[in-house]
Design a binder for this molecule. Structure first.
Ligand code: C2E
Ligand code: CA
Ligand code: CA
Length: 704
């Protein structure tokens, strides 16, 4: 039941109880006063009648008594009158059926209820002796009517009163509960989320105070909610910004990775696939051809007189020639073919969809014709010659090495006889190709100690003293004399001999470190390692074992790895470099600038130095572009907390420039060519740079 109805019913109930009591007591009072008046009147009238009739009774004057009775009856409300003597009725008058009743005196109104007549009497006495009496009947109907009329009126009024009280209490209840209802409504609004909802406040009573407090609370809730919503928006915006940044970064990384991947697999100058990618494609083509029994051709390309063009017209011309060759090949070949720059002026072509040998030769001849088209360099027209050797799968070789060496053999034949394009013939033999011949001898040469190391100093530009040496391998060939790494490192890598070769170089280097250390020259020696070593999971352990075996302090061993070697298998390379750095071996990135320059990767590597490739340093004085590259590489190294080493310093100008650019160390013919251990010691004694940077100082300078 609602509060309002409770009030209404409460007030009405109180009112009803009060009314009943009031009416009941009012009626009682009315009845009592009427009764008293009646008793008095009957008593007085009866006594008056008795005294009037006294003389006539004594005289038995019936006529007078008759007239007295008539007189009494003329009074309103008297329904009969009788005068009695001891003997009986003397005179009487009034309504017959009333007179017929037996007289019974009434003492109260209640006793008249059966007939509506109040019977009263008075004795006629003289000197104490009773002579008779008078009897009178009074009608009580009027009184009864008055009382019941009054009762009906009272009930009517009571009812009206109740209705009025009901209406009044309705208004009161409405008035009283209005504030409560408003509060209830407000609470409901807030529960439904309408924060800030305000109640209309009237007056200053407790409810009004509560309503004010409610309004205050509601306003505060709204404020808090708005603050929360604002914060939510801020957080959402922040999240969005963050997400966007993650997306951007991911995309940048993806782009960078794609670029890196591309750069790692391509030659920067000609944009052609490099040796690594070519080998990859060759392997794939080979395995699918083995399955499908299809033919394919491998064509080796070597430019004629490229060195002369380079020497007489400069590196710039050399670069243009290489680009011209790349364009010529691309123009002739189909998308499914691959042309790669294998290094220097050597190219290789893979023709996977070739149907027969004639077709392969035809393509090779067209490529040659395109290469031979004259090329404008500055103000002269240059014609570039080339020799091409063709080997067919499976006819001329069923594996990678056979196909490469046989296309090489054919190419050398073409070069020797100036034939342009030559197809491999078994008569050319393996022996006809110098490379193939050397391959056969390499294993023996390594185990029989034909490998020797030459050493080239690295000079600290600040202190003008030796900060370390690079070990460069040479093959002391019994028949061909001293062979340079370019002629056999590639072979060793291709034929799986690079691991024993590196092992041999490391062994020689460690022996040298010990020997020089014992003579007071603790030069750190840097050894070049190839991609194959870097991808060998056991390589760091091999190094650690050798360091222990030869009892060489690890900081005196340095390893140089090229960017391309790292990118072949970056994850493994990074892992190995990290392990090696932990052993205490110093790592350098070699030939920096020729592969790809990726900050992302260099930052991940725990390398100590970056070696700027000699191709940029050699022409630094004349080619501003090169100077820009050298300068930014030095800055890059320093920004990453690394040392910059420049190689290929051939003159005073380069040295001065490097000092000006803040380069840390320099290496090159200007200071010293690579020398045998003996000659190197002589150089140390005689050269102005021969002094050695204190090992401690060196350690500090490379670690910081
Ligand atoms: P690299 O690591 O870049 O070595 C530097 C090459 O630059 C050496 O050629 C050195 O003789 C040459 N050089 C030094 N100063 C100058 C200069 O001022 N001007 C010019 N034009 N050249 C300079 P080298 O000894 O013929 O070695 C060629 C490459 O063979 C090396 O390049 C290195 O990648 C590789 N190599 C050498 N020894 C080893 C080795 O033990 N193991 C492996 N895997 N590779 C080696
Ligand atoms: Ca090197
Ligand atoms: Ca180098």
């Amino acid at each position: 039941m609602s509060f309002r109805w409770k009030i209404i019913l409460g007030v009405a109930a109180i009112q009803a109880i009060l009314l009943v009591i009031l009416i009941w007591s009012g009626l009682n009072v009315l009845k009592q006063s009427n009764e008293e008046a009646l008793l008095k009147r009957t008593d007085t009238t009866a006594k008056l009648f008795a005294s009037t009739a006294q003389a006539a009774v004594l005289a038995t004057d019936l006529a007078a008594l008759e007239s007295f009775v008539g007189e009494v009856l003329s009074n309103p409300g008297i329904v009969y009158a009788r005068v009695l003597s001891k003997q009986g009725v003397l005179a009487e008058g009034g309504e017959k059926q009333v007179l017929a009743r037996k007289f019974l005196a009434d003492t109260s109104l209640a006793s008249t209820a059966n007939d509506g007549v109040f019977d009263a009497y008075a004795d006629i006495t003289v000197s104490g002796e009773k002579y008779g009496r008078v009897e009178i009947g009074f009608s009580t109907t009027a009184i009864q009517q008055l009382i019941s009329g009054t009762r009906a009126k009272s009930f009517g009024l009571g009812l009206l009163n109740l209705v009025l009280v009901g209406l009044f209490s309705l208004v009161l209840a409405y008035y009283l509960t209005r504030g409560l209802n408003a509060l209830q409504q407000g609470t409901k609004q807030i529960a439904e989320g309408d924060l800030g909802y305000q109640i209309n406040v009237h007056g200053r009573d407790e409810l009004a105070q509560t309503a004010l407090a409610f309004n205050d609370m509601s306003a505060k809730l709204k404020h808090l909610d708005e603050e929360r919503a604002k914060k939510e928006i801020e957080i959402r915006l922040l999240n969005q910004a963050l997400e966007q940044r993650v997306i951007d970064r991911t995309m940048q990384l993806q782009d960078a990775n794609k670029q890196l991947e591309h750069q790692a697999m391509h030659d920067a100058l000609t944009k052609l696939p490099n040796r690594a990618l070519f080998h990859d494609r060759l392997r794939n083509t080979l395995s699918s051809a083995q399955r499908s029994q299809e033919l394919f051709a491998l064509v080796g390309v070597d430019l004629d007189l490229f060195k002369e063009i380079n020497d007489t017209l400069g590196h710039h011309a050399g670069d243009l020639v290489l680009q011209h060759v790349a364009n010529a090949c691309n123009k002739i070949l189909r998308d499914s073919d691959t042309v790669a720059r294998m290094g220097g002026d050597e190219f290789a072509i893979l023709l996977p969809k070739v149907t027969d040998m004639e077709r392969a030769v035809h393509v090779a001849q067209r490529v040659l014709a395109a290469i031979k088209e004259p090329l404008q360099i500055d103000d002269r027209l240059v014609e570039v010659g080339a020799s091409l050797g063709v080997a067919m799968f499976p006819q001329h070789g069923e594996d990678e090495l056979a196909l490469i060496t046989h296309s090489d053999a054919a190419m050398y034949e073409a070069k020797r006889q100036k034939l342009g394009v030559v197809v491999y013939l078994p008569e050319m033999g393996e022996g006809k190709s110098e490379a193939v011949a050397l391959k056969g001898e390499l294993r023996r040469a390594i185990s029989e100690g034909e490998m020797v190391l030459h050493f080239q100093p690295k000079i600290d530009i600040n202190s003008n003293s030796v900060s370390g040496v690079e070990a460069l391998v040479r093959w002391q060939h019994p028949r061909l004399g001293l062979l340079y790494p370019d002629t056999f490192i590639g072979l060793a890598e291709l034929s799986g001999l690079i691991k024993p070769l590196t092992q041999e170089v490391l062994r020689l280097a460690m022996k040298q470190i010990r020997e020089w250390s014992s003579r007071g020259h603790a030069f750190p020696i840097a050894v070049n390692i190839s991609a194959v070593n870097l991808q060998d999971k056991g390589f760091p352990e091999t190094i650690a074992a050798m360091i222990t075996e030869y009892e060489v302090p690890s900081h005196l061993l340095e390893l140089e790895v090229t960017e391309t070697a790292i990118m072949n298998e970056p994850i493994l390379a990074i892992e190995n470099i990290r392990k090696l750095s932990h052993i205490g071996v110093q790592m350098s990135i070699d030939d920096f600038g020729t592969g790809y320059s990726s900050m992302a990767y260099i930052q991940k590597l725990l390398v100590a130095k970056i070696k700027i490739d000699k191709s940029f340093v050699i022409d630094m004085g004349t080619r501003t572009n090169d100077e820009v590259i050298v300068r930014s590489t030095i800055d890059l190294a320093h920004n990453l907390g690394l040392k910059a080493v420049a190689e290929g310093v051939e003159n005073q100008a380069s040295w001065d420039k490097l000092r000006e650019l803040g380069c840390d160390s320099a290496q090159g013919y200007f200071m010293s060519k690579p020398l045998s251990a003996e000659k190197f010691m002589e150089w140390v004694q005689s050269s102005p740079w021969g002094g050695q940077l204190a090992t401690d100082a060196k350690q500090v300078s490379t670690n910081t």
